[in-house]
Design a protein around this ligand. Sequence first.
Ligand SMILES: Cc1cc2nc3c(=O)[nH]c(=O)nc-3n(C[C@H](O)[C@H](O)[C@H](O)COP(=O)(O)OP(=O)(O)OC[C@H]3O[C@@H](n4cnc5c(N)ncnc54)[C@H](O)[C@@H]3O)c2cc1C
Length: 391
Amino acid sequence: MRTAIVVGAGIGGVTAAVALEQCGWQVTVLERAAELGEVGAGISVWPGAAAVLDELGVEGIAKAARLGEAAGMRRWDGRWIVEAAELGIELPVMLHRAQLHQLITDRLGPAVTIHTGTTVTGLTQDADGVTVTATSAAPGGPAFGGRSGNAGSGDAGSGGPASVGTEYRAELVVAADGIRSVVRGVLVPEYKGPRYSGYTAYRGIAEVGVADGGGETWGRGQRFGFAKLIDGRIYWYATSNREAGGADDDVRELFADWHEPIPALLAATPSVLRNDTYDLPTPLLPFVHGRVLLLGDAAHAMTPNMGRGACSAIEDAGALARVLRAGKDLSAYDAERRPATTKLVKRSRQIGVLGQLDSKLACTLRDAVFAAGGKAAGLLAKRRKVEESRV
Ligand SMILES: Cc1cc2nc3c(=O)[nH]c(=O)nc-3n(C[C@H](O)[C@H](O)[C@H](O)COP(=O)(O)OP(=O)(O)OC[C@H]3O[C@@H](n4cnc5c(N)ncnc54)[C@H](O)[C@@H]3O)c2cc1C
């Protein structure tokens, strides 16, 4: 059986592990955190990623995608800029991150072994394979061993990657170790890492359903968005122009005079997460380096403005599976995924620049341009529907 190591068990890493296993590979996942899982709040899953998950047999998401509610874009005082209902655009399904992560890990089978509490520190590759070095906080076997208790520390003879102490060996390594990827740093030490966007993000879940629909509201140097999760709770996110690493703000105060249901959602939220937002500079590095490939945020971290980072990681895993099944060279993965994600990184950055404008004049102009663009797009969508109904 062919062997692979996946570094990182975030959404990208676990999806890659499912995909590799379904292609017939034996997979060892090395995860730094003591436990598997995701913190965070909600996450949007767009149709492309939902389709990959569906192909991998992850249940419940493609069907739920049809439940998305109409959203739109408003000014801070509640006046509409664009009502998305008019546009006929595709909507994502919204889940809690922990739920999405669990649904994916539920698909892992006995050929996948996960070692938690295991931090990858380096790797070397030669003609036959890759040796990964790791330090383990809790030595003594895997914390999670596939569906049949696979021990995972077997040698090449038993089909799994060999591990001696803190060394693991496999034919292929998938680096899904996030925006500050250690593996990427080993492969390309001179690479200039993540870039701060200039704004920080806040996220939370309002435990009671105090709102319907969803959408995004743009103000001066601040934005707020919300959407209903498939379990009925409301996920919200907000941004504010800030220095990286600055003191936490009281989000309720920041948005106190914004339109309802924003203050009501904040009042119904027990805890708030804060993350400064970063992306990787473009041009992105190649995603394939010999037998090591980059996936997810390790390859193409983007600002969260389009809600596509995790979706892109899932689509990377789908592309990898197609390449392996077709017996193509790994360079086909880079050729498919790097151009597509480069566009998203750039577009997401541009949206952030517009969304975080803070001068009154610039915001008034921006909102007027978006309103006009929304009307034009609405007319086009209506015309498209009429034409489709004639066919
Ligand atoms: C505010 C915000 C909102 C977002 N909203 C959305 C959204 O709605 N939809 C969407 O698609 N995306 C969204 N994203 C983006 C999304 O969160 C990321 O793109 C996604 O989590 C990337 O997944 P990943 O698996 O590549 O990396 P990560 O989630 O960063 O996972 C990396 C894993 O690797 C582990 N690791 C790191 N280093 C090591 C090491 N040396 N050894 C072993 N393990 C290691 C980490 O512990 C972690 O588990 C959002 C991001 C932010 C900041």
